[in-house]
Every structure is written in C-alpha cells, then in structure tokens.
Design a protein around this ligand. Structure first.
Ligand SMILES: C[S@@+](CC[C@H](N)C(=O)[O-])C[C@H]1O[C@@H](n2cnc3c(N)ncnc32)[C@H](O)[C@@H]1O
Length: 314
C-alpha cells in the first residue's frame, strides 16, 4: 500500500505484545475483554452492532477475528450464530480459554497470518486491527478472505471517549508512580524498615488525599492505595509492591498503544478506501453511543450500514 499516513503508523513493538500477554494472563475470560469499565449502554450498543452483522452472514461461514484477546467478538458470534466456524488470532502468548469449538491462534500477528489464500468468508476486528501495522494487516486481510468476503472492523476513534477516558486514567496512574508518589513512599518505608510506623501511614494518607483531590473521578487512585495498604500488611511486601508496579507500568504501555492506534478521520477514510480498492466498497462511519458527548468508535464494513444511530459517514 502506498499511502504513507497508514504505512508509517503502528509498528507493533515487542513490549506492547508483552503488555497484552500480561493483561490476558491476569484477566478472567468472562470479563468485558479489554474494556472492563465500559458503561452498560455502550456495551449494549456495541453488542447490537455485532448482532446485526452476525445475523446477515452466510450459513456456516468461516470467520476470523483479528486481535481477538479474550474473544469478546467470537463469544458473541457463537451466541448469535452457532453455525459459524470461528477462529481468532492474537499476538499475546496466553489467551483466556474459550469454548472448544472456537479455534485460537496465540502468538500470531495480524500482519503475518498463517492461513492459505481465501480461507475465510468473514473477517472481524474489535479495537485490534488499528494496533497493528495497518498496511501489512490489510494485505493479509485481502489475501486470506474469499472474493466476496464480509468485513466488520470496530476501531478506536482518536477523538473518542475511550481514548479520552484512558488518558485521564493514565495521568492519575503515572502520579501514583511518580518519585514522591504512593509507590516510592511505600517502597522507601519498606527499605528503611519503617513499614508500620505512624509517620509512614500519615505520609501515605496525605499523598492519597492529594491525589484524590486532583483526580476525583479516577478509581485507579483508590484501587492503588487499597492495594498498597493491603500489601504493606502482608509478608514479602517489597516483592509484591514491585509486582504491582510492573502491572501498572504494563497498563501505561497499553494506554500509550491505544493512543497511538486510535484512528483519525483521515486514517479511517484511508483504511476504508484501501480495502475498497481490493474488495467491495467499504462504508466507514462514526459510532455514537446514546447520551455520550464524544464519538465512541469507527465502524468500517462492506455490509450495509448499521441501522443503529450513527453520525453521517461516507
Ligand atoms: C484492545 S484489545 C482488543 C481485544 C478484543 N478484540 C476485544 O474487543 O476485547 C487489542 C488486542 O489486539 C492484540 N494485538 C495488538 N496488536 C496486534 C498485532 N499486531 N497482531 C496480533 N494481535 C495484536 C492485543 O494483544 C490485544 O489482545
């Protein structure tokens, strides 16, 4: 693909794959995938988009889900259309277990799919295609899909509510990790063997109160403070604190990857156009969730437009 605005975007990095492996190793299969905090109204809206798509698919179609993670899309597909033959790829090394009828390919990059040409009638992706090297991924999507293959890709919107909320969370997360933050203070107290002194707890309480004032809507401040307080009262506190810090650093990397992956309007248009040139015309439109003040995501598909409310697409 010639278009530079996609070609230079999103070169996947090893540490991003590790951050996702860590996430899926520690996330239960029944969770809401990579968006556990998604409000019910948004989750329902997303589910309805997928349902509309699944019911329109040919009988027993072979479907490949890119960057499947915890299999949110595949699980929904199976519930709506048990006749579909479902597979998912993801570059994370460990993925949550799914129904045995679903075939999972961990450690598999979207940019290098281990399938013969024309292996799938349907290709899907929910918040994943855009994380990869999009131009290489599109080549692979075109290669492994059949001539009249059907697509539905839900992608992050650069000005969307998911990016905005995650960046706000990241700001609070980084402050808990800052040199005078909760972590460093707790680690210092442990190293000085002062973990149970009143001064240590007073200092931690003061830092917590300041963080809460600065980030009143960020649950992460309370979560981290509660985890630290619990760990400080347990044996092997230092080791556990450092493990918690590593987990937060992984979350930092995932949010940065999300920011980098999210598509601007121009990038969403280019993606749709490039795929259209290779296959059938793709529609691209903004998904809005009722009641939300910012866009939710992009919907890019070559099946007829969603009948759900959307802003004017192309
Ligand atoms: C935001 S999560 C979405 C997971 C799932 N589709 C969902 O909706 O819950 C992004 C997923 O894409 C995977 N991923 C990112 N870049 C990838 C790449 N280049 N190749 C394969 N998988 C990738 C990550 O490991 C992660 O599981």
């Amino acid at each position: 693909m010639k278009n530079q605005s996609l070609a230079v975007k999103n070169i996947p990095l090893k540490h991003e794959a590790n951050a996702w492996s860590h996430y899926w190793r520690t996330t239960p299969a029944a969770s809401r995938g990579c968006l556990p905090d998604l409000p019910g109204v948004a989750a329902n809206h997303l589910q309805e988009i997928w349902r509309q798509f699944f019911v329109s698919l040919p009988r027993s179609a072979r479907l490949l889900d890119l960057g499947t993670g915890g299999g949110a899309v595949l699980t929904e597909a199976q519930a709506v259309r048990p006749d579909l033959q479902l597979s998912g790829v993801d570059y994370a090394a460990v993925l949550p277990k799914l129904d045995t009828a679903i075939t999972l390919y961990p450690e598999t990059r979207i940019e290098q799919l281990p399938f013969a040409d024309g292996s799938f009638e349907v290709i899907t992706s929910q918040f994943a295609l855009e994380y990869g090297n999009v131009s290489a991924a599109i080549q692979e999507v075109s290669r492994v899909s059949t001539f009249e293959g059907k697509y539905l890709f839900i992608c992050h919107h650069a000005d969307g509510v998911i990016v905005r909320d995650n960046l706000a969370r990241l700001k609070a997360l980084r402050e808990t990790l800052s040199p005078a933050g909760l972590f460093s203070t707790a680690v210092l107290a442990l190293r000085r063997r002062k973990k149970s002194t009143p001064e240590t707890w007073q200092r931690l309480a003061r830092i917590f109160a300041t963080l809460q004032r600065k980030h009143p809507d960020q649950s992460i401040v309370k979560e981290v403070a509660a985890d630290i307080a619990r760990i400080m009262a347990e044996p092997d506190s230092l080791e556990k604190l450092l493990a918690l810090r590593r987990a937060l650093e992984m979350e930092d990397q995932r949010i940065m990857a999300l920011k980098k992956a999210a598509l601007t309007e121009n990038q969403a248009r280019v993606l749709a156009e490039v795929l259209s040139a290779k296959q059938q015309a793709l529609h691209w439109e903004v998904v809005h969730v009722p009641g939300a003040d910012a866009p939710f995501a992009w919907r890019i598909s070559n099946l007829s437009r969603s009948s759900l409310p959307a802003s004017p697409g192309r």
